[in-house]
Design a protein around this ligand. Sequence first.
Ligand SMILES: [Zn+2]
Length: 81
Amino acid sequence: MVGSRTATAVGGVAGSLFLTGALYYYTGQLLVFLAAPFVPLLFHRRAGDAGDGAEVRTCPVCGYASAADHAYCPHDGTKLE
Ligand SMILES: [Zn+2]
């Protein structure tokens, strides 16, 4: 499970770097670097929704889902189930 999680993280970082490089190449705008740090979060959440074997916890209040080690919702502090 740790290996899967690490692979997801590494893939997300590599994907974001690749995406950032591609966007920068095609647009030539430094603005894309501002959005780059959020890309791994999108990959991470998508992997959790797909149910790749990792335990997925959801917030009963706002519906936030995470496959990470979060025990509490980052939005409202509710304990994840
Ligand atoms: Zn919540």
